[in-house]
Design a protein around this ligand. Structure first.
Ligand code: HEM
Ligand code: HEM
Length: 180
């Protein structure tokens, strides 16, 4: 029988991780496209997709954070250096914080200027946030800045996972892979 360390993350934790990752991999390129394409039907559709996937990402992240706080995580891989331990712990904390805060800011900023928000053109979300044009601009610019921070951290995170899988060849990536 595998012990807790070899087993890595639980199945729900792995699912929640990869669902969050999938949302981020959709959200960031869609956001960059929609803010650069100029007005038109495609841009409007991309905004709708971004807002809808962003709301879904928020729901997943809330479940994920609750699960993480209640159930914890497996002990870290035994071969990590103290430096790797500190960098990974703080990268993970920052990733959690950013993916929790970003949808709230995106929603609030959008609701203030351009409500109502619907899930994929259909289900209206009955929460309205009011505020000035100035507040909208400030909130959405923080949302954008966090988007760049998130992109950098995800790149660092993927580089770390690749380093463990390809160079150190330890079990870190396996702890999170769906099939392990
Ligand atoms: C984890 C969730 C989210 C991520 C990672 C994310 C990511 C991003 C990024 C990277 C940008 C900046 C694009 C650029 O300027 O190049 C952006 C812009 C934007 N996001 Fe999000 N977003 C998320 C959730 C949401 C939600 C839930 C909403 C609204 C319901 C939203 C509404 C917007 C809007 C309206 C903009 C454009 C702001 C502008 O025109 O300057 N986002 N998002
Ligand atoms: C190709 C993309 C990705 C790969 C290969 C990957 C890989 C991994 C691996 C191997 C772990 C476990 C680390 C350990 O054992 O300590 C992990 C944890 C984590 N990943 Fe990712 N990841 C990816 C994308 C993302 C994205 C986009 C996010 C954005 C939110 C993210 C957030 C996290 C967080 C917060 C943890 C810590 C989990 C916890 O301890 O609760 N990952 N990832």
């Amino acid at each position: 029988m595998r012990n807790a360390r070899e087993a890595g993350y639980s199945t729900p934790a792995r699912w929640l991780h990869w669902l969050t990752a999938l949302c981020v991999f959709i959200l960031v390129p869609v956001a960059v496209a929609m803010t650069n394409l100029g007005e038109g039907a495609l841009t409007n559709a991309l905004y709708e997709i971004h807002k809808s996937v962003g709301v879904i990402a928020f729901a997943i992240v809330v479940v994920r954070l609750a699960y993480r706080l209640l159930r914890g995580a497996p002990p870290s891989e035994s071969g990590l250096t103290p430096f790797e331990r500190v960098v990974s712990r703080w990268t993970h904390r920052a990733l959690y914080a950013i993916v929790f805060v970003m949808p709230i800011l995106g929603y609030a900023g959008t609701s203030m200027c351009c409500a109502p928000i619907n899930l994929f053109w259909t289900i209206p979300i009955p929460i309205t946030v009011t505020g000035s044009e100035e507040a909208t601009k400030r909130i959405l610019s923080i949302h954008q800045a966090l988007g760049f921070a998130l992109t950098g951290l995800v790149a660092l995170h993927i580089a770390g996972a690749s380093y463990h899988a390809l160079i150190k060849r330890d079990g870190v990536l396996r702890r999170m892979l769906p099939s392990a």
